[in-house]
Ligand binder design. Sequence first.
Ligand code: BES
Ligand code: ZN
Length: 455
Amino acid sequence: MNPYDYADAHREAFLAELETLLRIPSVSTLSEHKGDVHRAAEWFRQHLLDIGMTRAELFETPGHPLVYAEWLGAPGAPTVLVYGHYDVQPVDDPEGQWKSDPFEPVIRGGALYARGATDDKGQTLTQVKAVQSLLENGGMPVNIKFLIEGEEESGSVNLYDFIDNHHDLLRCDVAVISDTHILGKDRPSIVIGLRGMTYLEIEVRGPSHDLHSGSYGGVVHNPAQALVEILAAMHDAQGHITIPGFYDRVQVLTPEQRADLAKNPMSLERLQAETDISEAWGEPEFDLHERIGIRPTLEINGIVGGWTGEGAKTVLPARAMAKVSCRLVPNQNAIEIEKLIADFVAAHTPPTVTSETRVLHRGDWAVVDTDSPYFRAAADAYTFGFGKAPVYMREGGSIPVVASLQRAFDIPVILMGFGLPDDNLHGPNEKFDLECFYSGIRTAIKFYETIGAMH
Ligand code: BES
Ligand code: ZN
């Protein structure tokens, strides 16, 4: 059988396997799920052996394990490293918006709904199923290595050392990652840029313990108030970041580059449809797609302090804390930005309270080389899989491993995403469109065939 017919004939089986994987609540950031995270790693290890990989093992880290697998039966042919992640985001649902159990996948309207459906279990499995379809039919034209991590959603904190210490194991000619999205099923696209990130915690402390707000309010500076004053000073009214030096290294695009980006604009209508907001926000001198693709941001991800339980409690809290992260763009440097933020917080902390800024994790931005034969093979594969030539776009999200792989091996990295813009990754009712799953498998098979024939 040819691999495409094999993949078509096994749609039901592939879907059932994805459902099994999605039932494992592998939330990497919550320690109560440590066992589940391990189970998801083990599922991938066993599954990769089952599809015919000749080696598959778990590498333990101080955090969650990495899954490594290989099939190196095509001597002389290129070696592809497929990266994916088996961990998922938490399912916290303050607004009660999940329509079904996040860990009991269900199909509605041609899409599979579950946490991790698109990000990144479904997309990673798309690559695995392409490899299986080739292996089962005796036509695997390239060498394959899988590296599937369990800490992507919590900052890949143990991945960088692993890459540094396992150069020989991971050595490859090209890396492929399915963890991004296309613009639409009839608008295939390839991501050519990702933003970087630095993630911080800012804590403000005042009195040694919580106080009665009547006995002490008016004479003790409230740490929650001091914290929001510091945070509020970080943007001006138009959405520019006011931290001195923050924009210093941000690349200024040429008019040609800006015109190029404008070929795939984000429209206010799309933004409204996806988010239900009425007005856009942000730096007015940049278009919406520029604010997402090539401008850095500073975001408050969460803020706590004092009484937030049911009813009222008149308290003056001893401390308040915010989680703050920045999306970084070429040529910003995460460590430099962290220093600028820490200095800003210190300078804006009044003598009435103390503050501390802690870095949780960081990752570099990445720009993809569109000139490599591998990239052209990927573009052709999309044309085959989705019936239309892909456009190129810059994405606002981050996949820190991209820059690490580029640096470690000086190789092209292909962002072969198959999600859709409204898949709701990280939010309620995350989904993966089944057509994207099946067309993605065909696209990946085509890619492997093309690059196998290239050498
Ligand atoms: N799959 C996403 C990256 C992504 C986001 C691609 C949006 C396309 C659109 C990935 O799993 C992710 O969420 N990454 C984190 C990385 C961070 C923790 C360093 C992110 O972007 O927040
Ligand atoms: Zn992801």
